[in-house]
Each structure stands twice: as structure tokens, then as C-alpha cells.
Design a protein around this ligand. Sequence first.
Ligand SMILES: Nc1ncnc2c1ncn2[C@@H]1O[C@H](COP(=O)(O)OP(=O)(O)O)[C@@H](O)[C@H]1O
Ligand SMILES: [Mg+2]
Length: 141
Amino acid sequence: MAETESLASQIGSRLRGGEVIALSSDLGGGKTAFVRGLAQGMGSRDHVASPTFTISRQYHSNSKGLTLYHFDFYRLNQPGIIANELAEFIDDPQAVVAIEWGDIVADVLPEQKIMVVITRTGDESRDLSFRYPDVLNYLFA
Ligand SMILES: Nc1ncnc2c1ncn2[C@@H]1O[C@H](COP(=O)(O)OP(=O)(O)O)[C@@H](O)[C@H]1O
Ligand SMILES: [Mg+2]
């Protein structure tokens, strides 16, 4: 868990705003833990928790003035107005959007997004893989 958060924090500290991050894993895979690390790395002190029952939460970055929007579409089968809200944040260069269970809003998500796939490899271990055109160059240039 600590390593997942720390990796996510290193990524969070390199975000510039305008990024969309789609997370997938099984339930309990570590998507929310990853978002907690992102928020930390972005310089936010806000408490990060699963937005499962509220659909979306937002955290403010104290270092860059960015806002991290955290969505969780678990079990939501009619995204409706929330998909519109999401689309608005996606176009905001001062926003970073992180999405759990984003399949239902896949058509709203841009092609240029960072996809993180987390696979459970043991009780405490996870495999993380990333997809983005040139993710390493983008984040670590
Ligand atoms: N290496 C790890 N990375 C992330 N979470 C881990 C790891 N090892 C154990 N865990 C546990 O797995 C759970 C992940 O929960 P959470 O982040 O809410 O998952 P999700 O949002 O994908 O449902 C937590 O209870 C956490 O303590
Ligand atoms: Mg979660």
C-alpha cells in the first residue's frame, strides 16, 4: 500500500493540469490508494476517500493551484448528468481528473489519458501497468 501511494505521489508531483487518469482493478485493488498518493504528490492535504456513494470528490492542491477531481462510477449504470460534469472538468487545464470504474463513461474520456491497470499479485502486493502515448517522457521529461 505504501509503495502504491508513493509511486502515485511521484506521478502526482509531475502533473501539470489537464491530465485524465483512468484507473482499473478489481474491488480493493488499490485505485483509491493510488488517488490518495496522487493528491499527496500534488501537494494536497485534503482527506482522500472512496467517493463510491457520492460519485465525485474534489481535492485542492496547495502547491500548484490545481484541483484533483476524483470520480468513482462503481455500480452506476446511468451516468447522466455526472458524465456532463465530468466532461466539463476534462476540458479544464487547471484540473486533474482521476476516475475509478470509468468504463461507463468511456465515450466521454479523451484518447490522451493515462491508464493505470492494477492487478493483485498477493495480499499486500500489486502489479501496476501504465498506458499513455509516451508516459515516461511525458511525466519525467
Ligand atoms: N500494494 C498495495 N497497494 C494498494 N493497496 C494495497 C496494497 N496492499 C494491500 N492493499 C490494500 O488493498 C486495499 C485497496 O483499497 P482501495 O484503494 O480502496 O481499492 P479500490 O479503490 O481499487 O477498491 C486497501 O485495504 C489496502 O490496504
Ligand atoms: Mg475505490
